[in-house]
Design a protein around this ligand. Structure first.
Ligand code: ZN
Length: 437
C-alpha cells in the first residue's frame, strides 16, 4: 500500500505531515493573539494543538483534562516569521576570506556547509523564523539535505523552501578564468550553467530531481542575461514540477524582462525603480528586496542604504507584494544568523512602513511567496501548529520581534522562556518517514 502510493503526489504530501504521536493535547494560554492579516489582536485566547495541528482557537475554548498547558498569558502570540531569501549553507567571513564568497566556496566543503546550514537553521528558528526560503549558493545540494533532515525528523529547523543550484548562463555570478571554468569546471556546483533552451530544460529538471522546491535563476548576472522567451521557458518547465521561479535581478533591463515574462518573485532591489514597481504590482510579482540595514557595517554603504530605503518606500507606495528577505549569508561576530536576519527591520522602519505592514511582509506575504498559506503559517484550525511569542505588542512596536521568547514548530516546543529546549526534535531515525525527499 505504502510502496504503491509513494509515487502519488497526494500520498507524498501526506507523508510530509508530522507523524501522529500519542494524541496528547497541548493547550496554550495566549495573553494576546495577533492576526497580522487583519492587523488585530485578541486578548486571553486558548489555542489547542493535537497531532501537530491547531484544533481549536478562541476565548471560550475549554481545556481538555490531561492537556499539557503552556502558559503564555504574559506574552503576545503570533504566527511564525518568514525570511524569503537566505542562504543557510553559505557563511562568508571577514577572516580568512575578506567576505568574498568565491573563496568560501573553495574553502568550505559541501558536508561542512550542510552542518553550518543545520546550525544556521536552528539560529533562525530561535529568532522566530519558522519558514526560510533558501535561494541557492549551497554547494552540492546542502539545502536539500537540510530540508530533508528537518522534514524527516532528524533535527529542528524552519520549514525550508530550497532552490537547489542557481541556474545561470555560463559562469553564474562568477567571472572564472578559462582554464578553471573549462578544464576544472570550477563554477559547478555553486552555479548550474544553462545557455540554450535544451540546457534550460535540463537544468530545471536536474534541480527538481535533486529536491528543489523553487527554481532560482540569474536573470542578468552577465550583460547578455536571459531573454523574455528564455525566462518564460524556465517558468513553464518549472511549472511541470509544480515549482515557481525567482529571478536574481540587478539591472533595470533585467527587471523589465523578468516582469514581462511574469516571474514569481524578484530578488534584490538594484534593478527596481518606480516603473518596475508599478509593473510588479500590476502582475502581483513578489519583491524580495534584501534590504541590508546600515548597522551591518561592511555589508552596505551609506549611499547604497539610502537607495535601498527610498526603493522600499516606493515599492510600498506602489502596493508591490512585499516579502521580508535578508540575503543573510555572512558571519557578523557576536550575532546569530537569526539576529542578523531580524535586524533587517531597521531598514523597513527607516522606509516609514507601518509596523503592521512590516509584520504582514514577515508573515502573510511570506506564506504566500512560499506557497504554504493553506498548510502552515496562519494560526488557524487545521493548519500545522507553528507559532511564536514575544513580550509587548508587535503591532505597536515591531522591535519586540528582536526578542522572541517562545517558538513552537510542528506542534512541538523549540524555545521556552527565551531558552532553546529542542530535545523533542532530535531523533535516532527518520521518524517522519525516510521516503521524504
Ligand atoms: Zn541571495
Amino acid at each position: 500500500m505504502r510502496s504503491r502510493c509513494a509515487f502519488v503526489t497526494g500520498c507524498v504530501l501526506a507523508l510530509l505531515a508530522p507523524a501522529p504521536a500519542a494524541a496528547q493535547v497541548t493547550a496554550i494560554r495566549a495573553g494576546r493573539l495577533v492576526d497580522p492579516e487583519a492587523g488585530t489582536a485578541s486578548s486571553n485566547q486558548v489555542i489547542l494543538v493535537e497531532n501537530g495541528r491547531f484544533t481549536a482557537i478562541g476565548s471560550n475554548v475549554p481545556i481538555p483534562p490531561g492537556a499539557e498547558v503552556i502558559d503564555l498569558s504574559q506574552l503576545t502570540v503570533l504566527p511564525g516569521l518568514v525570511d524569503a531569501h537566505n542562504h543557510l549553507a553559505l557563511t562568508y567571513k571577514e577572516e580568512p576570506e575578506n567576505n568574498v564568497y568565491y573563496l568560501t566556496y573553495v574553502l568550505d566543503s559541501t558536508p561542512l556547509r550542510a552542518i553550518q546550514a543545520a546550525s544556521n537553521g536552528m539560529q533562525m528558528l530561535s529568532s522566530g523564523f519558522t519558514i526560510v526560503r533558501d535561494m541557492g549558493n549551497n554547494g552540492n545540494y546542502a539545502d536539500t539535505a537540510l530540508r530533508q533532515a528537518i522534514e524527516q525528523g532528524w533535527i529542528p529547523g524552519p520549514t525550508i523552501i530550497n532552490s537547489g543550484i542557481i541556474i545561470g548562463g555560463m559562469g553564474g555570478q562568477f567571472w572564472p578564468t578559462p582554464e578553471m571554468a573549462k578544464d576544472r569546471n570550477i563554477v559547478y556546483p555553486e552555479y548550474l550553467d544553462a545557455d540554450t533552451p535544451d540546457e534550460i530544460v535540463k537544468a530545471v529538471r536536474q534541480n527538481a530531481l535533486f529536491g528543489a522546491k523553487v527554481i532560482k535563476i540569474c536573470v542578468d548576472c552577465k550583460p547578455w542575461g536571459y531573454t523574455v522567451e528564455e525566462i518564460r521557458l524556465f517558468i513553464s518547465e518549472a511549472a511541470k514540477a509544480g515549482l515557481k521561479v525567482e529571478g536574481h535581478v540587478q539591472t533595470v533591463d533585467g527587471a523589465r524582462r523578468a516582469i514581462e515574462a511574469g516571474i514569481w518573485s524578484i530578488a534584490h532591489d538594484s534593478g527596481l525603480n518606480d516603473e518596475m514597481h508599478k509593473g510588479m504590482a500590476a502582475k502581483g510579482i513578489f519583491r524580495a528586496g534584501t534590504e541590508t540595514p546600515i548597522s551591518l557595517t561592511g555589508h552596505t554603504s551609506g549611499q547604497r542604504y539610502q537607495r535601498t530605503v527610498t526603493g522600499l518606500k516606493n515599492a510600498y507606495d506602489n502596493r508591490v507584494p512585499l516579502t521580508f528577505s535578508t540575503d543573510a549569508d555572512y558571519y557578523v561576530p557576536g550575532m546569530t544568523r537569526g539576529e542578523v536576519a531580524i535586524s533587517f527591520i531597521e531598514t523597513w522602519k527607516a522606509a516609514g512602513i507601518p509596523d503592521v505592514d512590516i509584520l504582514r511582509a514577515m508573515t502573510i506575504n511570506g506564506y504566500r511567496v512560499s506557497e504554504t498559506l493553506n498548510t502552515r503559517g496562519p494560526i488557524r484550525t487545521g493548519l500545522i501548529a507553528d507559532l511564536i511569542a514575544v513580550r509587548g505588542n508587535p503591532l505597536e512596536d515591531i522591535e519586540t520581534l528582536r526578542n522572541v521568547q517562545f517558538v513552537m514548530k510542528d506542534g512541538m516546543v523549540f524555545k521556552r522562556d527565551g531558552v532553546m529546549t529542542p530535545e523533542k526534535f532530535f531523533n535516532g531515525g527518520p521518524v517522519n518517514g525516510w521516503r521524504i525527499r
